[in-house]
Each structure stands twice: as C-alpha cells, then as structure tokens.
Design a protein around this ligand. Structure first.
Ligand code: HEC
Ligand code: HEC
Ligand code: HEC
Length: 451
C-alpha cells in the first residue's frame, strides 16, 4: 500500500508540477473589500475540499489511490477545523469564534495549508505571499472588530489570547448569597460536603485529586475542573452539558455520587426552615428560595471568581518586567506549537470542543479501557463526530490545578505539555522547549479571590 501510494504521488507530481506555476497566480481583485478578498483566498486554496462536513471533492477523488488519499485527508481535516464557519461568517455575518480564527491564522502564518501532497495534485491550491497577506490582514481586522477586548497595550492588540478583565460587574447582594451557598454543606444529603469541598479556592478552585470524592466516599469518573474563570467558558462541564453557570450549579446537589439529595424541593425545604437564611434570601429574591434562585445566586458568586493580573496579563498590558526572558520565549513557543489555537481567548481555552488525539491515538496509547467519560461531548450527541471531543480546558492558574486531563493521567505540567505536543500537534519538541512552555504556563497564575 505504501509503495502504491508513493508511486501514485510520484506520478501526480510529475504530471502536475509542470502546470503548477502557470495557474497559481489567481490573486483576488484589489477593489473588493478585504473580507471578500479573504473569502476568495479560501476558495482558491480549496479549503472546503477537505475542511467541511460535506467536503467538495475534486474530480480525481474518484480515481484510485489519489482518491483514497483525498478522502482520508478530508476525514482528518474536519476533525481539526471547519472552514464553513469562516465562509458563512463572511457571507452572512454569523460570528466567527476565536478558536476558528486562531486556527486559520496559524495555518496561514506557518504556511501549513493546503497540505503539500494536495498542492502537488491540484494546481489551483497554492497560497502565494499576497494571498497570505490578505488572509492575515483580514484576520487582524476581524479580531480587532469582534474579539479584542481593549485591555492590552498597543503592541498586543492582535494576540490569539486576550487580557483578563480586573472584574465583571455583578449584583453584590446576589453574589454574597451565592458565596454562602457555595460553602454550605446543607447542599449535600449528609451535611458533609459543599461546592468548596471539590472546588477549593485555596487549591486553584479544584480538589487536586484525580477524581473527586462525593458523599459516602463515592468517586466520580472525571477530573474536577476549576471554578476560577469558568464564567468565560462557552459552556460548562467537559462535555458541555450545561449551557451556563446557573445550569451547571443545578447538577451537583442532586447528583447521586456528589451531593446526593433526592430532589431540589428537599433542598428548598431545608434552607427555608432556616429562618435567618430565608429572611436574607427573600430580601434579595422576593419570590423566595427556589432551585432557580439558588442556582442564580451561586452563578453570580462564580462570576466574582476571576483571577486578574497574572504576570502574563501585566505583560500584555505593557509591563515588560512582569515576565522573564524564558517565560516570554515560552509564550512564543506556545504560539509556535499551535497551543494558542485551541487554548484561545481570555481563559486560554473553554471556547470549543476539540478532538483528543488529533495526531496520535491518545486512548490506544493510554492502554486502559475506554470509559463512558472518554467519549466527552459524544455522550451528548447522536453523531459519532463528537466522540472524544472535550471542551478545551482553560489554562489560567494551571500551575495550581494538577493532576491534568479529564482522566487525570498527567501528574505534572511538563507531562501535560509533552502529551499535548504528541497527541494534539504531532510535532517533536526539544526538552528545553517544553520546559520553557511550562515557564510560560507558570505566568498564568493570577490574583486568587479570598474566601
Ligand atoms: C487535501 C485536503 C486539505 C486541504 C485542501 C486543506 N487542508 Fe487543512 N488540513 C488537512 C489535514 C489532513 C489536516 C490535519 C493534518 C495536518 O495537520 O496535516 C489539516 C489541518 C488544518 C488546520 C489545523 C492546524 C494546522 O495548521 O495544521 C487548519 C487551520 C487548516 N488545515 C486550514 C486549512 C485552510 C485554511 C485551507 C485552505 C487554504 C486548508 N486547510 C486546505 C487537509 C486539508
Ligand atoms: C463531589 C465533588 C464536587 C462537588 C461537591 C461539586 N463539584 Fe463541581 N465539578 C466536579 C467535577 C468532577 C466536575 C466535572 C464533571 C464533568 O465535567 O462531567 C465539576 C464541574 C464543575 C464546573 C464546570 C467547570 C468547567 O470548566 O466546565 C463548575 C462551574 C462547577 N463544577 C461548580 C460547582 C458548584 C457551584 C458546586 C456546588 C453547587 C459544585 N461544583 C459541586 C466536582 C464537584
Ligand atoms: C486541537 C486543540 C488543542 C491544541 C492544539 C492544544 N491543546 Fe491542550 N488541551 C486540549 C484539550 C481538548 C485538552 C483536554 C484533554 C483531555 O482532558 O483529555 C487539553 C488539555 C491541556 C492541558 C491540561 C489542562 C487541564 O486542566 O487538565 C494543558 C496543560 C494543555 N492542554 C496545554 C497545551 C499545550 C502546551 C499545547 C501546545 C503544545 C496544547 N495544549 C495544544 C486541546 C488542545
């Protein structure tokens, strides 16, 4: 098979290289708007031939050998990136998310796309330097208009990662009730645990355990993410089954392996029986102690659990002394190794579902049996496309939140970085480079809110 493939590629190379140069210069018309030019670049680059749920295959996709290659490529390509998001964004003004934009920028900056073997087989696909410039300029323009939050110094307005705000406006009375509830063991059936037991503010908002212990010594099957900065995530939980923080807070109190109450009305009754608490609560929520109000208050409190002014944020805000030379190099490597494509935005993650094991089969290499949790978003969706996709964890305060990964398999940050390089980027990294990325990750620890 290998020989056949090589031979096939060789023949294609010979036949098509001759034609390549003649047809490559189809640079879009300068009189079009920048976004329309960018759309043309994506079209000429044939990105939809591979990066789409309904790929538009070229004619020769039906030929032997080369056809198989094209179809295999397309199956891998849609795992990484859906170019229709960008094309529809330009066409209909639908929002283009930060991760998609970062990935696109990465591919153009590093000239990774279209893949070389495809370029050889299809003369329309080479991206020339003018087209590259068009794409990168449009990305910059789009980011400035839609993604930049105005907090970085002039030099850093076009970064794939944004500065975290110092605070978010909340209703202080609701947040204070939420704080009490977050620390209230009455949310568990036997008064033994609160939210804070598994999301301890002095442990990076986690429990630092592989798997969390609920009531009666029961263990769940997935690592507890931090509550810090969770407000910036596009959905909550590894599989995104809660749309927002309030919906998330409704889960644990009646989860049998966590807080194990039989029902929310039990919880409402227990809290209502506490006259002092009930008085304080109804002063803020006139319609009283209900599941919805309890969850609303907890969510409001969680919006205060953000961690601003990490050395990295100070650096992006313009304080050049805030990071060491190694740490700055680490940030450059973090971008070079494409880490910032998925670990994007204010939270360095939390904005998309990503396939775990893009470049090597993570679960096969792990060697232990697949659990239900290993399916990630796939647990919630019919289509197998979502199997093994997880909400990318945010990396703020990551130095405080070991162990790592949904299955808690990585004990240290260095382990996690090396695994990410191997499974998500498919690159080889020098040990001293991996260390520098860890140096950078250490700059993501911000001001931790006090209990
Ligand atoms: C022949 C199919 C094919 C075409 C055409 C193609 N890609 Fe890809 N692309 C892939 C495959 C396969 C991967 C994953 C493996 C890899 O990285 O080589 C990928 C990976 C990517 C990634 C993930 C990160 C990276 O850069 O490796 C991005 C972003 C991307 N492609 C963008 C594009 C854009 C933009 C175009 C059009 C200019 C394009 N691709 C054209 C097959 C294709
Ligand atoms: C027994 C330990 C335990 C308790 C108690 C607990 N959690 Fe969690 N929490 C977890 C685990 C484990 C997950 C991940 C579960 C998953 O993704 O399927 C999680 C996920 C979360 C998330 C999602 C974060 C993200 O990035 O997706 C938030 C927010 C959160 N918990 C807040 C709370 C709040 C608020 C309470 C109290 C009402 C609470 N937790 C009680 C263990 C616990
Ligand atoms: C294609 C998207 C993608 C890319 C690229 C990527 N990551 Fe990740 N990262 C993820 C996902 C998804 C997880 C969760 C994996 C799991 O739990 O099984 C993760 C987990 C992590 C974690 C562990 C966080 C935690 O709380 O458990 C670290 C640290 C990390 N990545 C760093 C990096 C670094 C460094 C790079 C670049 C070398 C990188 N990532 C590249 C998607 C990505």
């Amino acid at each position: 098979m290998k020989i056949k493939k090589t031979l096939g590629l060789f023949i294609l190379l010979a036949v098509t290289l001759v034609m390549v140069y003649k047809f490559t210069d189809i640079t879009p018309d300068k009189n079009l708007t920048l976004e329309k030019q960018a759309k043309k670049v994506l079209k000429y680059g044939q990105c939809v031939a591979c990066h789409s749920h309904s790929p538009e295959f070229p004619l020769y996709a039906n030929w032997p050998v080369i056809g198989d290659i094209v179809k295999q490529d397309a199956a891998l390509a849609i795992r990484e990136f859906d170019v229709k998001t960008v094309i529809n964004g330009i066409k209909d003004g639908e929002p283009i998310d930060k991760v998609t934009l970062n990935k696109l920028e990465y591919a153009f900056q590093n000239e990774t796309m279209p893949p070389l073997k495809y370029y050889m087989a299809h003369w329309g696909t080479v991206i020339n330097s003018t087209e590259k410039e068009i794409a990168l300029n449009w990305i910059k323009e789009y980011r400035a208009e839609h993604h930049y939050n105005g907090l970085a110094s002039d030099e850093f307005t076009n970064e794939p990662i944004q500065v975290i705000p110092d605070s978010i406006s909340v209703d202080p009375a609701k947040a204070e009730l939420g704080r009490m509830l977050y620390n209230d063991v009455r949310l568990s059936i036997d008064n033994s645990i609160s939210c804070a037991s598994c999301h301890d503010l002095s442990k990076g908002g986690t429990d630092n355990k592989p798997f969390s212990e609920g009531v009666n010594g029961q263990f769940g099957g997935i690592n507890a993410p931090t509550v810090f900065n969770a407000t910036f995530n596009f959905v909550q939980f590894w599989d995104g089954r809660a749309a927002n923080l309030a919906a998330q807070a409704a889960g644990p109190p009646t989860n049998p392996v966590e807080m194990a109450h039989k029902s929310w009305s039990d919880i409402e009754n227990i809290l209502a029986a506490d006259k002092e608490f009930a008085k304080a609560f109804t002063a803020v929520y006139p319609d009283g102690i209900t599941e919805a109000n309890i969850c609303n208050a907890i969510a409001e409190y969680e919006r205060t659990l953000i961690t601003p002014n990490s050395p990295f944020d100070l650096y992006l805000k313009g304080n050049k002394e805030a990071m060491t030379e190694e740490q700055i190099l680490g940030y450059e490597l973090f971008k070079q190794y494409s880490c910032a494509t998925c670990h994007a935005g204010v939270n360095l993650g939390g904005l998309s579902y990503e396939y775990m094991g893009l470049h090597n089969n993570y679960f096969e290499a792990r060697g232990t049996e697949l659990t239900e949790e290993d399916y990630g978003r796939g647990k919630q969706e019919e289509s197998t496309f979502f199997d093994h996709r997880f909400k990318t964890p945010g990396l703020r305060n990551v130095a405080l939140t070991a162990p790592y990964f949904h299955d808690a398999t990585q004990a240290t940050l260095l382990d996690a970085v090396n695994a990410m390089v191997e499974y998500q980027t498919g690159e080889k990294i020098k040990p001293e480079e991996a260390e520098k990325i860890v140096d950078f990750l250490n700059t993501l620890t911000g001001e931790i809110p006090q209990k």
